[in-house]
Ligand binder design. Structure first.
Ligand code: TXA
Ligand code: MG
Length: 342
């Protein structure tokens, strides 16, 4: 592939699935994706948590195009991705706590919400009107290479249409956003499989806004103080990701199930002999890391038109199980008329 001949302006506006290029990182894909991002277009790319739908965070129109592509009902604040911790200081004000977490956990599946610098060269739309900004340094080598090639901060929510579960493969992104974006950079299956842990460091006490692979215990150990879980006041969410219904498949989700009814599919965990087209085991070995990595793909596979509900067996609430159960509770929550999904 001759990247020098690639003209992003020549790409048609998203029209149908055929117009979305699915490109591997090794075949000039990173250069193409970087060029599109620098031209103000929206591109999907892999991270170790889930696939992201990226746009130049310094470009208002590009950031707005993310919301358009997702069909998001409202402007939720977005995570700004940078290649290294030092780059974050241009638009956020990190304190000692932020430095401590960043030193150990970046690059990785952690997002820090920090006070926004008044002169931050980042679209106001990224902060959705708040005087804070969420930042993450992803570890995935393709995300790292892309961010370095772009040379600008990249705003990115999960690369799914609003209301769908987050994508953990390039194929999921194609199914969800094919025809709506010019390019999907493929980089294998997302290793973690759950969105990043989000911690708010703008107040006197650190607040866990969204559980993820970095656990509350790990954060508390590093900070030397307890980390409160954000009280999920559905009327006034600090992180719109806290809105109760979220990560929702079309089928209903029934938790704490033992068996599946005839019109239900079964999502199970651990040694379980039940098999079949309507059964998914998150981890036969009972490994919560493997279960997290499989969660969203398994929900998608079970979310078939002939399935009225997905029955989910109890998942241990320790370690990554806390994050898995958080996502499952959201998937099971009653749906508001206008879901605040990200
Ligand atoms: O793993 C991830 O975090 C993925 C990958 C692509 O990085 N991104 C992701 O983005 O999950 P999104 O937009 O689906 O979720 C971002 C979460 C939301 O719950 C949002 O409300 C919260 O972060 N958030 C972003 N900026 C915030 C801010 N300034 N204050 C409070 N919460 C914020
Ligand atoms: Mg999302």
């Amino acid at each position: 592939m001759d990247d020098t001949a690639f003209d992003p302006a020549a790409l048609p506006e998203a029209a149908n699935e055929d117009r979305t290029a699915l490109v591997g990182a090794g075949t000039g894909g990173i250069a193409r994706a970087a060029e599109l991002l620098r031209a103000g277009r929206v591109v999907a790319f892999p991270t170790e948590t889930v696939y992201g739908l990226g746009a130049d965070a310094t470009d208002d129109r590009a950031v707005a195009a993310i919301f358009e592509a997702k069909g998001r009902p409202r402007f939720n604040p977005l995570i700004v991705h940078v290649a290294e911790t030092a780059a974050a200081e241009a638009f956020a004000v990190p304190d000692d706590r932020a430095h401590r977490l960043a030193e150990t956990l970046w690059p990785g599946p952690l997002t820090l919400v920090l006070p926004r610098r008044a002169d931050a060269p980042v679209s106001l739309l990224v902060s959705a009107g708040l005087d804070t900004v969420a930042i993450r340094v992803p570890a995935h080598p393709v995300a790292q290479a892309l961010l370095r090639a772009v040379g600008r901060p990249v705003a990115a929510p999960s690369a799914n249409r609003s209301g769908e579960v987050s994508p953990t493969t390039a194929q999921h992104v194609l199914e969800s956003l094919g025809g709506r974006i010019p390019l999907i950079l493929a980089g294998g299956k997302a290793e973690v499989g759950l969105e990043s842990t989000v911690v708010d460091l703008t107040g006197p006490r650190p607040l866990l806004l969204r559980p993820g692979a970095v656990t509350r215990e790990t954060l508390a150990d590093l900070l030397g103080e307890p980390v409160d879980a954000a009280a999920g006041d559905p009327e006034r969410p600090t992180a719109p990701g806290q809105l109760t219904s979220h990560y929702a498949p079309r089928a209903r989700v029934r938790l704490a199930a033992r068996d599946a009814a005839p019109d239900e599919a079964l999502l199970t965990f651990g040694p379980d002999l039940r098999k079949g087209p309507r059964v998914e085991n998150l981890s036969e070995a009972g490994d919560l890391v493997e279960a997290a990595a499989n969660l969203f793909a398994a929900l998608r596979r079970l979310d078939r038109p002939d399935v009225a509900a997905i029955a989910v067996v109890p998942i241990p609430d320790e370690d990554l199980g806390a994050a898995i159960n958080d996502r499952l509770r959201r998937a099971a929550a009653p749906r508001p008329e206008q879901p605040g999904t990200t």
